[in-house]
Design a protein around this ligand. Structure first.
Ligand SMILES: *Cc1c(COP(=O)(O)O)cnc(C)c1O
Length: 359
């Protein structure tokens, strides 16, 4: 609150120094060379797809099990999202399914670090091989996680983050794209500002009124008020990640004896940021209703994207396209996971699950 109030008393409410400070903080935290802040995680995905030059006739492979925005960003650019299946134990994008879905039109693969565990980026790179196919990480769930000792934000050509209130850190609404490629960062800075090559503050500093719009961009800017909040939140992240890990360990221990519940697989070569704690349960709808009845905020992430009416109608998709994701959708349940949870809260959730699944 103090950081936001300080911006309110300053000269710049948007396009000001707090945006740059948050970008630098995110670049430093992730280890990426460049960070470009935008107005949402969805804007970050759209900006990333634009930077890669995705357009009509291009295909981008996305996992079936994600939030719709991952695929929507491809459609915004006139491209075609191609849905690949996920691995049954981790629900992460399956490199073998990516290989099966690659065509001469494939321009990018967008991996989603589902629930907070990074995808197998080495396997994905191997599948791409020497082809001119970009790798994008939708890292909305995985800020702070590592894969082979490297931080999320540096694992793909472009990595996107969301700062919606449900995510690890928030700016109210907001997003970021990180990259090591200066040319991509430059394209993204122009795109978020209407396709104009200089911003308001640069012109003020140069004492100049003229500017050029070189491409059709959007207003995807994020305000200094939001970025001050984001930078402050980022300082809390290490402690919050530790709490999430401790809560996950308590769930693991208490859920292990429950016969009808299965937790998701975890890989030893990466850490998990636990945006979500997802389990698989037979009779999921009954368990969901039982938790809700007790005032426990359970949820389901996600219905396979191509089964939404828009995707069925626009692209003619039908059930059966990604059988692993479809089977998972019948059983997955996200149970409460947030840093302020106490041991008693965890026990209350597990007890409710036990009662709901025993009968
Ligand atoms: C939250 C989220 C987004 C979109 O982020 P917004 O900031 O809400 O636009 C995209 N992809 C995934 C996987 C997400 O979880």
């Amino acid at each position: 609150m103090a950081a936001v109030a300080a911006v309110l008393r300053s000269d710049w409410l948007t396009t000001g120094p707090a945006v740059e400070r948050f970008e630098h903080a995110m670049a430093e935290y992730t280890g990426a060379a460049h960070a470009v802040a935008v107005s949402s995680g969805t804007a970050a995905l759209h900006t990333a797809m634009y930077a890669l030059g995705i357009g009509p006739g291009d295909e981008v492979i996305v996992p079936a099990l994600t939030f719709a925005a991952t695929a929507n960003a491809v459609v915004y650019c006139g491209g075609t999202p191609v849905f690949a299946d996920v691995e049954a134990d981790t629900l992460l994008l399956d490199p073998a399914s990516v290989a099966r879905n690659m065509t001469v039109r494939t321009r990018a693969v967008a991996a989603v670090d589902y629930a907070g565990q990074p995808c197998d980026y080495e396997a994905l790179r191997k599948v791409i091989g020497e082809r001119a196919i970009a790798l994008v990480a939708d890292a909305s769930h995985s800020l702070g996680a590592r894969y082979h000792q490297r931080k999320v934000g540096t694992l793909a050509d472009l990595s996107t983050f969301s700062f919606h209130p449900v995510k690890h850190i928030t700016t109210g609404e907001g997003g970021m794209v990180t990259t090591n490629q200066a040319a991509l960062a430059g394209r993204m800075r122009t795109f978020r500002n209407h396709g104009i090559t200089s911003d308001h503050r640069q012109r003020a500093e140069q004492g100049s009124f003229s500017y050029e719009m070189v491409d059709l961009g959007y207003n995807y800017r994020i305000s200094d008020l939001q970025c001050a909040l984001g930078a402050s939140q980022l300082g809390e992240l290490p402690g919050w990640l530790q709490r999430r890990e401790a809560i996950a360990a308590q769930y693991d221990e208490l859920l292990a004896p429950l016969p009808h519940i299965q937790t998701l697989g975890r890989k030893p070569d990466r850490t998990h940021a636990y945006h979500l704690y997802v389990l698989r349960v037979r009779g999921r709808n009954v368990a969901f209703a039982a938790l809700r009845e007790r005032g426990i905020g359970a949820n389901v992430h996600y219905r396979p994207v191509y089964l939404h009416p828009f995707y069925r109608e626009r692209f003619g998709h039908q059930a059966g396209l990604c059988p692993v994701a479809e089977a998972a959708y019948e059983e997955i349940l996200s149970i409460p996971m947030f840093p302020a949870m106490e041991r008693e809260d965890v026990e209350r959730v597990v007890n409710a699950l036990r009662e709901a699944t025993e009968g």
